[in-house]
Design a protein. Structure first.
Length: 269
C-alpha cells in the first residue's frame, strides 16, 4: 500500500469539463487526513486466497454462450472460486484484477484481511478515491485532459487490449500495473475495472461531507439494493467514463458481470 498524504482538493468537475455530469457538482472543497491505499486493484490471486481460506460463496456472474448473455455460477460448489473459461472479456489470470464481485464480497474480503493481519482495512470513501486518483491534478484525468494513447485500459484508449467493448472481439482487462502510475504511485485508478467505494450514491454533492468521510444514507437498514458508488471506468467502457470526477451508482448486491473490482484503503494511526 501507499501512504496518501493529507491535503485538500476540489471534488467534482466544472460544468465546462468535457463529459461533465450533473452528479459531479457542485464542486466543493474537501480536506482529508492521511490514509493508505492499495497500489493496485485487488487481483484474482489475492481474492482466491480469501475464498480458499473462508469458503466464501463466489456467487454468480454473467457469462457468454453461443446464444448470448446468460447468468451462470462462477463457482459450482460452495467455496469454490473458479471462473469459466468463456467468462466474458476476462480470462482472469492471477495478475488481473478480480471482477464479478459485489460490494458485500469486497466487504467480506476487507473483514478477512483485517482479522488476518490485525490492520484496519476498509474500502476507500468516494472522496478518498477521487483525491487519490487526482494526485494533485485538476485536469479531467491524472495525465491531462486528453485521453491520449496507452495511458489506461478502456475500450478506445489505444493499446493491445483494445476491442469493440465486446469480449468476443478482443477487449479484456489487463494485468494490474500495466500502465504508468499517477503522481502518488497508484496504478489503474482510471480504466481496467470499476472500483467499489464505501459511499451510497447521491445524484449531486449538495450536503456532502467536506472532511473526506463516507456519505452513507440508506432508505432501510435491510435494503441491500441500495446504490453504492463505483469509480474509475473499465476496459469495457469508453474514455468518456474514464475521468477522475466520473461517478456511477451500482446496486451493492450486483456482481455486475466482469467489469467491477475494488482496492483497499487503511486508516492510519
Amino acid at each position: 500500500m501507499i501512504v496518501i498524504p493529507a491535503g485538500s482538493f476540489d471534488m467534482g468537475s466544472p460544468a465546462n469539463e468535457v463529459g461533465h455530469g450533473v452528479d459531479e457538482g457542485p464542486v466543493h472543497r474537501v480536506t482529508l487526513p492521511s490514509f493508505a491505499l492499495s497500489t493496485t486493484e485487488i487481483t484474482r490471486s489475492q481474492y482466491a486466497a480469501f475464498v480458499g481460506d473462508t469458503k466464501h460463496d463466489a456467487g454468480t456472474c454473467w457469462a457468454v454462450n453461443e446464444s448470448g448473455w446468460v447468468e451462470d455460477r462462477a463457482g459450482r460448489n460452495s467455496g469454490e472460486f473458479v471462473f469459466r473459461k468463456d467468462l466474458a472479456g476476462d480470462s482472469q489470470f492471477d495478475n488481473r484484477p478480480v471482477s464479478c464481485v459485489n460490494w458485500h464480497d469486497a466487504q467480506a474480503y476487507v473483514q478477512w484481511l483485517s482479522k488476518k493481519t490485525g490492520k484496519n482495512y476498509r474500502l476507500p470513501t468516494e472522496a478518498e478515491w477521487e483525491y487519490a486518483a487526482r494526485a494533485g491534478t485538476t485536469t479531467a484525468r491524472y495525465w491531462g485532459n486528453d485521453v491520449g494513447r496507452n495511458n489506461a485500459n478502456c475500450s478506445d484508449c489505444g493499446h493491445k487490449w483494445d476491442g469493440s467493448a465486446t469480449p468476443w472481439e478482443g477487449a479484456s482487462s489487463s494485468p494490474v500495473g500495466s500502465f504508468q502510475p499517477n503522481a502518488f504511485g497508484l496504478y489503474d485508478m482510471l480504466g481496467n475495472v470499476w472500483e467499489w467505494t464505501e459511499d451510497t450514491y447521491h445524484n449531486n454533492y449538495k450536503g456532502a461531507p467536506t472532511n473526506g468521510s463516507a456519505w452513507v444514507q440508506r432508505t432501510s437498514g435491510n435494503d441491500r439494493s441500495v446504490g453504492r458508488v463505483i469509480r474509475g471506468g473499465s476496459w469495457k467502457y469508453s474514455s468518456e467514463f474514464m475521468r477522475s470526477a466520473y461517478r456511477m451508482g451500482n446496486e451493492e448486491i450486483k456482481r455486475y458481470e466482469y467489469k467491477v473490482g475494488f482496492r483497499l484503503a487503511r486508516t492510519l494511526p
